[in-house]
Design a protein around this ligand. Structure first.
Ligand code: CP
Length: 345
């Protein structure tokens, strides 16, 4: 949560949290999950406005439930479907299909709500432009209230918090343990927000992270710099491997995720040519047995069964994916209490 020049505190990137802030947030989430703290009225009379420019199951539901559990209220907007279609470009002559500019939308929602949250996936064809995460950054600039990133071009920080909590729960002390972030085949080139955030989550807990991907699937260099910085702050480490089975061997956790090749960003047919022979990058049951004895498999969901992860793994004892999804609720309860609840006073 950044105070920066604004008195408000946004939550746009988990890497903005100091290690002590992250630790406090995760401790609170764990206590809320165990029922040791209820804080039923901590968000009474508080409103969270959530804007989804892209679809969601977990993010939307877990935030709505979090507000309900603490006596608050959530409003959900889906521009272009149940509210006006948004224009996100600056200086545009709005004589097309968009009706409402993000500048007014963000300011108006900030007048109604105590916090405003936004999901905005990449839409463009040029990574040089998209990587600036302009829609989220502009929205946070225009909005007078704390803004929560519900997944943008570069980050999915609420997923990162849930991942960190899951690692803590399963490993007790993740420091020095081995995590492999495994690139997986997928029919479409997906954004890099989740793998970057998962990597940050793992190294924030002092883990030794291997990012295993085929050549050509490097994360953005700035993301790698951030991951390295968080790793060195927490005593963790990060390395890259192009050898999947070697990386998985003995890992305490394998985080499975697909993402697109940034060098072909916005050109899905070029990207498809690069990935077409990589269907074997899949978490199979045989691979799951290569993990350490208590090793487990994570994925942010939604997952394409038998494309990214096989049925036998998802339905077996090593899958942590549903616990991980549940933890979205608890970390977001903690986040909301910190940002706009009684703890923030
Ligand atoms: N993991 C995640 O963000 O799920 P949704 O896209 O369903 O919100």
């Amino acid at each position: 949560m950044t105070a920066a020049a604004h008195p408000k505190r946004d939550f746009l990137d988990m890497a903005d949290l100091a290690p002590s802030e992250l630790s406090r947030l995760l401790d609170l989430a764990a206590r809320l999950k165990r029922g040791e703290q209820k804080r039923r009225d901590a968000l009474a009379q508080k409103v969270l406005a959530m804007v989804f420019l892209d679809p969601s199951l977990r993010t939307r539901t877990s935030f709505e439930v979090a507000m309900f559990l603490h006596g608050g209220h959530a409003v959900v907007l889906e521009p272009g479907r149940t509210s006006w279609a948004w224009e996100t470009q600056k200086g545009v002559v709005m004589d097309g299909t968009t009706v409402e500019h993000i500048a007014e939308a963000a300011r108006v929602l900030g007048r109604y709500a105590d916090a405003v949250a936004l999901r905005a996936f990449p839409k463009g064809s040029d990574w040089t432009t998209e990587r600036e995460d302009r829609v989220l950054r502009d929205f946070a600039h225009y909005c007078e209230k704390p803004v929560i990133n519900l997944e943008s071009v570069r980050r999915h920080p609420c997923q990162g918090l849930a991942d960190a909590l899951t690692l803590r729960e399963r490993l007790h002390d993740p420091k020095g343990r081995r995590c492999t972030l495994m690139w997986a085949y997928h029919p479409k080139p997906l954004p890099t927000a989740v793998p970057a955030s998962a990597a940050i989550a793992a190294v924030s807990q002092g883990m030794n992270l291997t990012i295993a991907h085929p050549p050509g699937y490097e994360l953005d260099p700035d993301d790698m710099t951030t991951i390295q910085r968080v790793a060195s702050d927490s005593g963790g480490s990060v390395e890259i491997s192009h050898k999947l089975d070697e990386s998985i061997d003995g890992s305490d956790v394998v985080y499975v995720k697909s993402w697109g090749a940034l060098r072909h960003f916005g050109r899905p047919s070029d990207e498809a040519a690069l990935r077409s022979d990589k269907r074997d990058w899949r978490m199979t049951e045989a691979r799951s047995h290569k993990l350490s004895d208590q090793g487990f498999v994570m994925h942010c969901l939604p997952v394409r069964r038998n494309i990214e992860i096989d049925d036998a793994v998802l339905d077996g004892p090593r899958a942590a994916v549903v616990d991980e999804a549940e933890n979205r609720l608890h970390v977001q309860r903690a986040l909301l209490l910190e940002l706009i609840g009684e703890l923030s006073q």
